[in-house]
Ligand binder design. Structure first.
Ligand code: NG1
Ligand code: ZN
Length: 532
């Protein structure tokens, strides 16, 4: 480790003195123009993380997902393709806030000593960025951090967050019996495309699916995917302007659809009644489906509807394969899941509620043999435990029907990106179920009827004054506020409401649902006490 080169490179990426950074649920995320020092330091941290793990490859993704174009961010991916381990999130926060180069070098030294990192070990890092213009210089800063530690760096270019996660896992399992697939984008598309074609083979051709690419990196990935899918699933791509300034996530994309609960205006004269359509977010890890009915009314099929569709399908397959006593399927949701979806799922399989944030959902899903998790906003996936995968590989079916169900389950393991929520893999998963069930969007939608709901942001003096318990469903502070919420909720039929501080924005979020639309609106518009 050359301290001199680390010092001079660090001097070239000074920390802005007035800013404090935090590695939150989505990594570092803020205005792109303020992140230069953070990216340099993340390069150093990612290299140290790899050294700590004996040179296994660590990933770095530069993206601000569904946030506005001027934002950017960065997150580190652990070798199994999963989110960075919790304790290292705090190391990242500490290192990113060291005021001067001397402080930074001292913090690096402390991390090496306390985490017992052997700096002579190799460091390997693969990185990528989304289409944000600020990503170009941020990646250059990241590369400086990596080269300061002599890391072996692989540039995966401009790609989606889930593809970067796939690459990390594929690189680390290369040449092993657990190989996740070829460690290239082609390997990813080939894996998904092949599994999809096996799953829908021999069925009537699917009607074209319209995909709103949010004018982001999903446009590139979806167009590659379309080639691999060929006629098995015709894709019509919309909002694909990745080089027009200002249009990323603007009045389009999964977050727009979920928060506005309406069709992106740009699709108004594109979408025919009854046609299936969906929106990706800016880094293609979230997915929202929707359709217009005969009267042109918009109907949204969000992450909860995807969870209901997929979980029920997998439960049926496990049963048809004759494995219902050996393989337990469960679902994980957050408090934002629509109450009607929770009821629908709970009648069929175990459901667990956890705190917001992908890592909580992911870890809870790992406790099931097959764990389905989706956030209402459309981020989610399905995890098959290692023992379940071996069980399926060795199982001897005793009837043709069992054999067919088994083959489908094995293909699903290939189809689903188990490292993280993946909008494109989830598209193929949804389309598989719709094809098998011969469901239209409308039939899927009728699995259950969403309770009307509202989600609003409230700017407060100090969001850290809001502390929660019971998977964020109740407030323990500020004192007295939960009692007020309880009292209000009691006034509404089937009412439910909760307040929690956001982990990604400086606001608190207020969620309310009720049986009647106007009541859900009423419950979300109560005013917070003055001292908040
Ligand atoms: P916060 O800001 O903590 O509510 C938001 C989303 C999460 C998750 C993270 C990470 C809602 C209500 N919250 O978290 O589900 O996606 O961003 O991007 O959608
Ligand atoms: Zn995203």
């Amino acid at each position: 480790l050359s301290i001199d080169s680390l010092r001079s490179l660090s001097d070239a990426h000074p920390k802005p003195s007035h800013l404090r950074f935090q590695y939150g649920t989505a990594g570092f995320r803020t205005l792109g123009s303020t992140l230069d020092s953070v990216l340099f330091r993340v390069g150093v941290i990612a290299a140290l993380r790899s050294k700590k793990l004996d040179g296994l490859t660590v990933g770095v993704m530069v993206t601000a997902s569904h946030n506005p174009e001027h934002d950017n961010g960065v997150k580190i991916v652990d070798p199994r393709g999963e989110m960075l381990e919790g304790s290292w999130e705090s190391h990242a926060t500490t290192l990113s806030n060291a005021p001067t180069t001397d402080d930074f070098l001292e913090a690096v030294d402390a991390l090496i000593r306390t985490s017992k990192i052997d700096v002579s070990k190799p460091a390997r890092v693969v990185y990528a960025r989304d289409t944000r213009p600020s990503g170009i210089t941020l990646v250059a800063a990241l590369e400086d951090g990596l080269s300061a530690l002599g890391a072996e760096a692989r540039n995966a270019g401009v790609t989606t967050t889930p593809i970067l996660h796939y690459l990390v896992k594929a690189i680390n399992t290369k040449g092993t019996p657990d190989s996740y697939g070829d460690d290239s984008e082609e390997g990813y598309f080939h894996k998904l495309g092949t599994a999809f074609k096996s799953l829908v083979g021999g069925r009537p051709p699917l009607e074209p699916l319209l995909i709103d690419c949010a004018n982001g990196v999903g446009a590139l990935a979806a167009s590659s995917l379309a080639e691999y899918l060929g006629s098995s699933l015709p894709l019509v791509l919309e909002n694909t302007s990745i080089s027009t300034p200002g249009v990323l996530n603007h009045a389009c994309g999964a977050d727009y659809v979920k928060t506005m609960q309406r069709l992106p205006p740009s699709l108004a004269d594109r979408l025919k009644p009854g046609q299936r359509a969906c929106s990706l977010d800016g880094d293609a890890d979230r997915l929202m489906y929707y359709y217009l009915d005969e009267r042109g009314t918009f109907h949204m099929l969000d992450g909860d509807k995807i969870a209901a569709l997929v979980a029920a399908f997998i439960v049926d397959l496990v049963k048809s394969a004759g494995l219902e006593n050996d393989i337990k399927v469960g679902v994980v949701q957050t408090a934002y899941a629509n109450g009607a979806s929770t009821r629908y799922l709970f009648e069929r399989l175990p459901v667990k509620c956890v705190a917001t944030g992908v890592k909580h959902l992911h870890h809870a899903a790992e406790h099931y043999n097959i764990g389905v998790y989706f956030e209402a906003n459309g981020h989610g996936t399905v995890l098959f435990s290692q023992s379940t995968q071996s069980k399926l590989a060795q199982y001897q079916p005793s009837t043709p029907a069992q054999s067919t169900a088994l083959t489908h389950l094995i293909n699903l393991i290939q189809l689903i990106n188990q490292t993280v929520g993946d909008a494109l893999s989830d598209v193929l998963l949804v389309e598989t179920v719709l094809a098998h069930k011969s469901y239209t969007g409308e039939e899927w939608d009728s699995l259950y009827v969403d309770l009307p709901n509202r989600l609003v942001k409230v700017v407060v003096g100090d969001r850290n004054a809001f502390r929660t318990e019971n998977a964020e469903r109740r407030l323990v502070s500020p004192p007295g506020l939960q009692a007020k919420i309880d009292e209000l909720v009691r006034r509404y039929d089937g009412g439910r409401s909760f307040v929690r501080p956001s982990g990604t924005e400086d606001v608190v979020r207020v969620y309310a649902e009720a049986v009647v639309r106007s009541q859900a609106d009423g419950a979300s518009s109560f005013s917070l006490p003055a001292y908040c």
